[in-house]
Design a protein around this ligand. Structure first.
Ligand code: BES
Ligand code: MN
Ligand code: ZN
Length: 517
């Protein structure tokens, strides 16, 4: 929901636009490209840096207005710190920082001189990562702001100042040694950024606008980028026997949907797919076990898992990943009403197991139980990974910077941890254990949907585990802390973070693409 930012690549010696950002390392050596703008002003720039006590430290900057002999309006010198220490996510983060510096100057077009003389990384990889971070930082959800915020003469001048005016910047030129190579390297990154922003849009959208049906419609539109999309309506779900999912939906006037996205990118159409499952509770009131009203508005983001799965499939399709992948999302609204499910209700899940619903606010696991089972039965996937804003307890355990990772398979868990390191989307492994599973035994049914007072994220994972077939590698990511209202960082200033798209895209790229090409 942001005015698109056009990112192009140009040579280092191409004429820069009026606003220029350039990098300076801790050695305080100006990049050759800046020197080349006019060698005579070099000494003056360094003099200015010294006067401002600018040392080239990571994420520090100074602005020089109308620098002498340089034909630009302003030059922002940005510290890189020790460049050799930066990995992909470090460069992306720096790209986000630069974008923030540029937009703070309310400029329409800008140049970034991506001449960083880095030891390890290839210049085009650095340029592509910088552009990737800039694109992610540029995102802001301003769809419902009708006043022209930040502009002079805006009707509501006061609140205007506080809104990010990212939309002013429309063009960013990244100057680098080999623009052709950078453009190529950026292509896949742009696809991932688009997937992240697609997910953010879904999470930020209020629940009155985005119900299960509307969410499914947005997914259906992704046929335009080459996904095969199937929407199961409430009647079909009933026929199939997805009763635990439907029990959650029955209190709402808005009917449930399950959306299935398939991406066929592998050479063989029959290669077993990778399966990703998302919790898509478009709004979670708690149902009859209703939540307190303070902060309940955040529950419009209880579809963050479904958004991430959709964003991931978006990215895989747009960058034409050579894998077969399937995304399944359960879309429901959890409402209290005369038709709502009650505490104590017993429902037969698609797997055949009966579930006693002792707390209607533990609804995400009921949705996932049926979708997980359906995915395994129909697609016989290589593994299953689910993402869900499942428990408040995961935030008690890990805070809002880490997602909880539960897995029955060490290799799968390690692959996810590696992708986490590479992308900066942090995960921490949590226990799956019989002791938690036992807490779910019910007197009246095969399983109950809540455990005891302690270890809420772990009993939730143990519940899901009951719906994973023997020998199916499975990982569950509890993203209640990270999907929305997470701490802002250089590449995300949005409430809905789109968390998980980068992690899983990287996980797929690093582990399943080379072999399948
Ligand atoms: N959607 C919530 C979890 C959540 C809470 C996500 C806060 C994001 C922010 C989930 O459906 C829920 O209500 N979980 C309960 C489970 C409990 C009733 C066993 C919880 O965590 O309190
Ligand atoms: Mn709930
Ligand atoms: Zn929920």
């Amino acid at each position: 929901m942001t005015t698109p930012l056009e990112i192009t690549f140009a040579r280092l010696d191409a004429a820069p636009l009026a606003t220029v950002a350039a990098f300076v390392g801790q050695d305080l050596a100006l990049p050759p490209a800046v020197q080349a703008l006019n060698t005579r002003s070099q000494g003056l720039l360094l003099k200015a840096a010294e006067a401002a006590e600018f040392k080239g430290k990571l994420k520090s900057s100074i602005e020089i207005l109308a620098p002498q002999k340089l034909d630009v309006q302003r030059l922002v010198l940005v510290g890189t710190g020790k460049t050799a220490e930066h990995d992909d996510s470090g460069w992306a983060s720096l790209g986000g920082y630069v974008l923030g510096q540029i937009t703070a100057r309310k400029t329409v077009e800008a140049s970034v001189i991506a001449d960083v003389g880095s030891a390890g990384a290839k210049p085009e990889v650095v340029a592509a990562n910088l552009a990737f971070g800039a694109l992610l930082r540029h995102y802001s959800f301003r769809k419902y702001l009708t006043k022209k915020n930040g502009e002079e003469g805006a009707a509501n001048g006061n609140s205007a100042e506080q809104k990010p005016a990212n939309d002013r910047l429309v063009k960013l030129v990244v100057h680098c040694a080999d623009p052709e190579k950078a453009r190529a390297a950026f292509e896949a990154k742009r696809a991932v950024a688009d997937g992240v922003c697609f997910a953010r849009d879904l999470v930020n959208e209020p629940a009155n606008v985005l119900g299960p049906v509307e969410f499914a419609e947005r997914v259906k539109e992704l046929e335009r980028i080459g996904l095969e999309v199937e929407i199961l309506d409430d009647k079909t779900l009933k026929e199939l026997g997805m009763n635990t999912l439907l029990a959650v939906a029955q209190g709402s006037v808005r009917p449930a949907r399950v959306a299935i996205m398939q991406w066929h990118g592998a050479k063989s159409k029959r290669a077993k797919p990778l399966a990703f499952i998302g919790k898509g509770v478009v709004f979670d009131t708690g149902g009859i076990s209703i939540k307190p009203s303070a902060g309940m508005e955040d529950m419009k983001g209880d579809m963050g898992g479904a958004a991430a799965v959709t964003g991931l499939l978006y990215a895989l399709a747009e960058r034409k990943a050579p894998v077969n992948a399937v995304g399944l999302i359960g879309l429901v609204e959890n409402m209290p009403s005369g038709s709502a499910t009650r505490p104590g209700d017993i429902v037969t899940s698609l797997s055949g197991q009966t579930v006693e619903n002792l707390n209607t606010d533990a609804e995400g696991r009921l949705v996932l139980a049926d979708v997980l089972w359906y995915a395994q039965e129909r697609f016989k996937p290589r593994f299953v990974i689910d993402l869900a804003t499942l428990t408040g307890a995961i935030m008690v355990a890990l805070g809002k910077d880490f997602a909880g990772l539960f897995s029955n398979d060490d290799k799968l868990a390690d692959q996810l941890l590696a992708a986490s390191k590479a992308t900066g989307e942090k995960v921490w492994r949590m226990p799956l254990d019989k002791s938690y599973d036992k807490m779910l035994d019910s007197k009246n049914a095969d399983v109950k949907n809540i455990g005891g007072r302690w270890g809420g994220a772990c009993t939730a994972a143990a519940f899901l585990n009951r719906f994973i077939k023997k020998d199916v590698p499975w990982a569950h990511l509890d993203i209640a802390g990270t999907a929305m209202d997470a701490p802002k960082n250089e590449i995300n200033t949005s409430w809905g973070s789109g968390w998980g798209v980068q992690l899983l895209d990287r996980f797929v790229a690093d582990n399943f693409e080379k072999a399948e090409k």
